[in-house]
Design a protein around this ligand. Structure first.
Ligand SMILES: Nc1ncnc2c1ncn2[C@@H]1O[C@H](COP(=O)(O)OP(=O)(O)OP(=O)(O)O)[C@@H](O)[C@H]1O
Ligand SMILES: [Mg+2]
Length: 256
């Protein structure tokens, strides 16, 4: 694994532009992600979140602007960037025929790491998949698959991880499980850039939140800073109704 003890942000993006033929998607995107923090990139469908992540992961070239990840320029040091990151895409990429443990061992072997079974068992434990580890992935729930997918991207401990809509399609409990896994990652010092369309996901997880809209970052700040953009809430006395999510979680249980 490439380590680089540089000061400065884990991710730095300046003036990033990208068009698909005549369709401009990114029109000058700027942001920084501090090391060891969780950064949420919010935006509607088609805002360009996946496009930005693909550029940062060196899967796509920008038309203009610069970006660096873990101190490496994505355009000129792509191999070093790839050594420093993992990308969990919008759609889970696990092998259905194999068990969870076999999937993890396979990745550890492909990366030529020592003790693949030890790494697999450690990750199964961290993602609460120990009991399911021996079962075929085809029998896993969506939340279990997503957690396995994230666990697989952590084999080799990359310092920066991209999670593209990690909880889309999950039920509330599955989302909470993934959130716990993401928090644990950041607590261990991993830098996390996640994209999401869910405002509550950004509220729950992110140290900083940026909103991508019209090809640009229209706001970027902490949750408290974002809240200050709106006038203070008027005090009203209303009976607090539980949200549907509160009801769902109360009936189904939040932890399994
Ligand atoms: N390979 C491509 N060729 C042409 N247009 C593309 C391509 N990839 C993305 N687009 C278009 O670029 C825009 C941004 O797409 P992108 O996937 O980055 O959005 P997104 O914010 O990730 O959306 P979602 O929330 O739906 O995942 C969309 O209008 C999309 O149709
Ligand atoms: Mg996307």
């Amino acid at each position: 694994m490439t380590t680089r003890a540089t000061a400065g942000p884990a991710i730095r993006v300046r003036g990033l532009e990208k068009s698909y033929k005549a369709l401009p998607v990114l029109r000058g995107v700027d942001f920084d992600v501090a090391r060891g923090s969780i950064f949420a990139l919010l935006g509607s469908n088609g805002a360009g979140k996946t496009t930005a992540v693909k550029i940062l992961a060196t899967l796509l070239e920008a038309d203009a602007g610069t970006a660096s990840v873990h101190g490496f320029d994505v355009a000129t040091r792509a191999a070093d960037v790839r050594e420093s990151i993992s990308l969990t895409g919008q759609f889970a990429a696990v092998d259905e025929i194999l068990s969870g443990r076999e999937n993890l061992v396979l990745i550890a072997r492909l990366r030529h790491l020592d003790d693949p079974t030890g790494i697999a068992d450690d990750l199964l434990e961290r993602f609460s998949l120990t009991d399911a580890g021996a079962r075929r992935v085809s029998t896993y729930s969506g939340g279990m698959r997503r957690r396995l997918d994230i666990a697989m991207s952590l084999v080799g401990n990359p310092p920066v991880i991209f999670l593209d809509e990690p909880t889309t399609g999950l039920d509330p409990r599955g989302r909470i499980e993934v959130w716990q896994a993401v928090r644990e990652l950041a607590a261990r010092g991993t830098t996390v850039l996640l994209t999401t369309q869910y405002l509550d996901e950004a509220e729950q997880l992110a140290d900083r939140i940026a909103i991508l809209h019209g090809g640009r970052i229209i706001v970027d700040g902490t949750l408290a800073e974002l809240r200050e953009l709106l006038p203070p809430a008027e005090v009203e006395y209303v009976e607090k109704q539980p949200t549907l999510e509160d009801v769902f979680l109360a009936l189904v249980g939040a932890d399994g």
